[in-house]
Design a protein around this ligand. Structure first.
Ligand code: SF4
Length: 374
């Protein structure tokens, strides 16, 4: 975490604003020795503007993290048809911000809409939609046409640590299953193992696709880039558990880091390990650095691999993505490894990557004007 803290600070992003630090200090004093600390609305300026803040919680289990419990007005989010990612699809995000704290996370800039920063605030100021299951049940009961399918994990991780405390996913899974809405879940969280029995039962009624994100075998490298996420070993165990529960999980090998994890041998070893652990399909993605995140990542690079800065500056000179020739090189290495380990090649032409490599949902029930809940 030290690298990231330095990165946030070096680009002028303190972990909390001065006002927030003041509130945090006050709350520390007021509630010292108690398990839960509720700070009044207005804890952070941007959150106060939301007007739906129930309370802000600090608790010893989440040291350094503030959990802002809010009442959400909607559960199902329809991605605009003009969006570059998942156009026209439906998503659900129980949390905003993510304590997995991945340095490269492309969701970071979404925190700025809350008046929070995309650095440490994204990791430590977590928004929790505590009424999400109720709102979802209401939406499923009243919508004239239900979504064919819903994606989880497209913005922030639904099985990050806070899910152990709030347990929002079990009732959400039940609600979608009861309404016959298929869904996919992409996570780095080993906590999904808690719900595998429930997910397996759901899969008997709707299409359920599970995905894990695993990109690093070097645990030290993983820890500096994903300091709040489960270890690779824990994720491999989770992958096996998904397989044992009857799923054919997709593994997102993302990000592949130029000059750090992209050699032919490194890719082959990683894919071999994933195949042995039960991966059904692999979806590789070279490092993508969007606005704001790019600066943070380069700060991380300065602290950890200064010698690589010129190479990265060259690769990302024209934007967020690596140039096409580099992508083609990685694809060739990945495809060779997939063949070596008996895994199918990814279908990059599939427009339906939402559903984890183009797998279609089962057909929606005819005109569900009165959906059945449970
Ligand atoms: S787990 Fe996903 S959402 Fe969470 S910080 Fe990492 S990349 Fe972002």
């Amino acid at each position: 975490m030290d690298y990231l803290v330095q990165a946030w600070q070096s680009v002028g992003m303190e972990s909390v604003t001065g006002e927030a630090q003041h509130h945090a200090r006050l709350s520390d004093m007021r509630w010292a020795g108690q398990r839960i600390d509720a700070i009044g609305p207005g804890t952070l300026p941007g959150l106060a503007r939301l007007g739906n803040l129930v309370r802000s919680v600090r608790t010893p289990e989440f040291e350094g993290i503030t959990l802002h419990e809010v009442l959400t007005k909607s559960a199902l989010n329809h991605v605009p048809a003009t969006s570059a990612m998942l156009p026209g699809e439906w998503t659900i995000n129980p949390y905003r911000g993510c304590t997995h704290a991945c340095a490269y996370c492309f969701a970071r800039p979404t925190h700025e809409h809350l008046g929070l920063d995309l650095g440490a605030d994204f990791d430590n100021q977590l928004i929790v939609k505590v009424n999400l299951p109720d709102v979802l049940r209401r939406e499923l009961a009243t919508k004239r046409t239900l979504p064919e399918r819903v994606a989880f994990g497209t913005n922030t991780d639904p099985y990050q640590r806070a899910e152990g405390r709030y347990q929002l996913m079990p009732p959400v899974i039940d609600a979608l299953t009861g309404a016959r809405v298929s869904f996919s879940i992409l996570t780095k969280g080993s906590m999904i193992r808690r719900d595998l029995d429930r997910l397996a039962a759901a899969a008997e009624r709707v299409n359920v696709e599970l995905g894990m994100s695993i990109a690093f075998l070097d645990e030290e490298l993983r820890h500096t880039l994903e300091p709040g996420a489960p270890s690779t070993a824990a994720r491999l165990t989770t992958l096996r558990a998904m397989r044992d529960a009857g799923f054919t999980p997709t593994v997102f090998v993302a990000p592949i880091l130029p000059h750090l994890t992209d050699s032919t041998d490194q890719i082959d070893t990683l894919i071999g390990t994933l195949a042995s652990a039960g991966a059904g399909t692999i979806l590789p993605t070279p490092l993508y650095l969007m606005r704001g995140v790019k600066e943070l990542f380069f700060t991380w690079l300065r602290h950890t691999h200064q010698d690589l800065i010129p190479a990265y500056a060259d690769l990302y000179s024209s934007g967020s993505r690596t140039p096409r020739p580099y992508q083609d090189l990685i694809r060739a290495r990945v495809n060779r490894a997939l063949r070596n380990h008996g895994l199918p090649l990814p279908d990059f032409t599939a427009s339906d990557r939402f559903a984890l490599l183009g797998k279609r949902s089962i057909p929606a029930p005819p005109t569900p004007t009165t959906p059945t809940l449970f």
